[in-house]
Ligand binder design. Structure first.
Ligand SMILES: [Zn+2]
Length: 136
């Protein structure tokens, strides 16, 4: 991924002006939505370590790194839409982000509709957990 490429999180910005700040460790995400976007981008770029580091310790699994690496197989993320956000601003310590992520799994198109919860501790946002929403 070049810094001038469009950011995978579909923000409309270039990667160098968007999720690269967070994935590169230059700055922590300021809002829950930024963390959500950067985690999506980390999935597209298969940055498993970033995904583990930004997963809240409370809900992180022991073998998460291994499980993530396994889950990358055959998976191609093709787009992200943020549906709604609740709190999660710079001044908040909790937030929720509802999103739809599009993917192809071994060539078969699908979508993940989820409402994720985020907590901020010591100035850093973490993904806690999420509810899968049905697309009815
Ligand atoms: Zn981005």
């Amino acid at each position: 991924m070049k810094k001038t490429d469009p950011c995978p999180c579909c923000s409309g910005k270039s990667y160098g002006e968007c999720c690269n700040f967070f994935l590169g460790g230059a700055t922590p995400a300021l809002t829950a939505e930024q963390l959500m976007r950067s985690r999506y981008t980390a999935f597209t770029l298969e940055k498993a370590h970033y995904l583990v580091e930004t997963h809240h310790a409370q809900s992180r699994k022991q073998d998460e790194l291994k499980a993530l690496k396994k889950s990358f197989k055959g998976m191609m993320w093709t787009g992200l839409e943020i549906v709604a956000t609740q709190a999660g601003a710079e001044t908040d310590s909790e937030g929720e982000v509802e999103f739809v992520a599009h993917f192809k799994h071994f060539g078969k198109a699908g979508r993940l509709h989820e409402r994720s919860r985020f907590n901020k501790e010591k100035g850093q946002w973490f993904y806690v957990d999420g509810d899968i929403l049905s697309d009815a």
